[in-house]
Design a protein around this ligand. Structure first.
Ligand SMILES: *Cc1c(COP(=O)(O)O)cnc(C)c1O
Length: 390
């Protein structure tokens, strides 16, 4: 069983100055809330752009749709992957033109496709025959990506099975799309969110190439590989440098596509915003349920307050407290009257024995998939508040 000590190397997450700034900002505010640092988002964007200069970045809006975050990325030249017409409206409201948007969700109603088309969107992902027909009818002549299945191995948050098709089915859909007057543009995939294994891009990239070749035989020139997201944020487990992922992916592309290097799209979500967030919470209660047992640490934030990705203890957030001294295992749980609201029980988080009720607990790397995941009024609790700072 993995054991996590709270006293990890804070410097590998952020500078002392940055943490001091967040702490100061947070000092007079009522917990729980998440603080998003724009400078980190900017830095991550620049780093990714630099390490894969040939790739067009389509930020996955769902990871963190705070307007300041979106504006910052738009100003830096990012395009955007939207999951619904509501995200589309949000992007249009911010002045991003529809030709910088991709409708990456393969699950959509005919009326939503129509709406996106009327607003000027011309790029859609698909993974079902019925969706191809819906796109053809409601967004005629649009560009289409065909999403293929991946197995999600190596990822903390796999997206396997639900999305994509077997390549043979994708191929049939490509032919159908062409027949229906659409413009098949490329293949998309997602290697699973929070992907640690740098070699996981290789197999789907070669499937892309096979589909490019097969399509060509039918007079269809695919020219875009859309690699989706998957680049990791820095949770408890160390991750490789961005450049290491980028080099591996670039090398795979070169080997597989040779001189016919296609246009490449990437759709980072977690990678760009995860590290930018610090969730500030408070210890509500500490309870020793049985003599010699593991004490329970109840916080004012839990699965319903934005930390749903702890489901099956998948995402392992770095937890920080300013207490020190001897450490103990704790079972960490949220504040609601629901027994699924336990964050970590199998994973043994070791935190100081000196922790007291009222102490602040900081969850690092909480900039992605937190605030928008929080419940609206469960147990009467308001959704997680977010503050955006420079
Ligand atoms: C959610 C999503 C992403 C972002 O994935 P991350 O692992 O957060 O980078 C990218 N593309 C699509 C189609 C998605 O649904």
């Amino acid at each position: 069983m993995p054991v996590f000590n709270y006293f990890f190397d804070m410097d590998s997450y952020m500078s002392k100055e940055r943490f001091a700034g967040i702490k100061k900002f947070a000092a007079d505010k009522k917990t729980p809330f998440v603080v998003i640092s724009l400078s980190v988002v900017a830095q991550k964007y620049d780093e990714l752009k630099k390490s894969m200069p040939y790739a067009d970045i389509y930020y996955a809006v769902k990871a963190n749709p705070e307007e300041e975050v979106l504006k910052l990325l738009a100003e830096r030249g990012s395009s955007f992957d939207v999951a619904s017409v509501h995200e589309l409206d949000l992007m249009l409201k911010l002045g991003v033109s529809p030709d910088r948007l991709s409708y990456g969700n393969t699950i959509k109603k005919a009326e939503d496709i129509r709406y996106a088309y009327e607003k000027g969107m011309r790029l859609f992902a698909t993974d079902a025959e019925s969706d191809v027909r819906k796109i053809a009818r409601n967004a005629p002549q649009s560009d289409v990506f065909f999403r293929i299945l991946t197995d999600g191995i190596g990822a903390d948050w796999p997206l396997s099975r639900k999305f994509g098709t077997h390549p043979a089915v994708a191929f049939r859909n490509i032919l159908l799309a062409k027949e229906l007057g659409l413009n098949p543009r490329g293949i998309s995939f997602h290697v699973g969110s929070q992907q640690y294994d740098v070699t996981q891009w290789r197999v789907p990239i070669s499937t892309c190439k096979e589909l490019f070749d097969a399509a060509k035989k039918h007079g269809i020139d695919l020219d875009i590989v859309n690699m989706g997201g998957g680049f990791p944020a820095r949770y408890i487990q160390p991750v490789e440098e961005t450049q290491v992922y980028a080099d591996e992916v670039t090398e795979d592309m070169r080997e597989i596509f040779g001189s016919e290097f296609p246009r490449v799209i990437i759709e980072p979500g977690r990678y760009l915003v995860g590290d930018a967030g610090v969730l500030v919470s408070e210890v509500v209660m500490i309870s020793n349920k049985e003599r010699g047992g593991i004490p329970w640490l109840y916080l004012d934030v839990g699965k319903f307050g934005g930390l749903i990705e702890t489901i099956d203890e998948s995402i392992k957030y770095p937890i920080y407290t300013e207490r020190g001294g001897e450490v103990n295992n704790y079972i960490i749980a949220g504040p609601t009257c629901d027994s699924v609201d336990i964050l970590y029980e199998k994973l043994q988080y070791r935190l100081p024995c000196s922790l007291e009720e009222g102490d602040r607990i900081y969850f690092l790397t909480t900039g992605a998939y937190t605030q928008t995941y929080s419940a609206v009024f469960f147990n009467g609790l308001p959704p997680l508040k977010a503050y955006v700072i420079d």
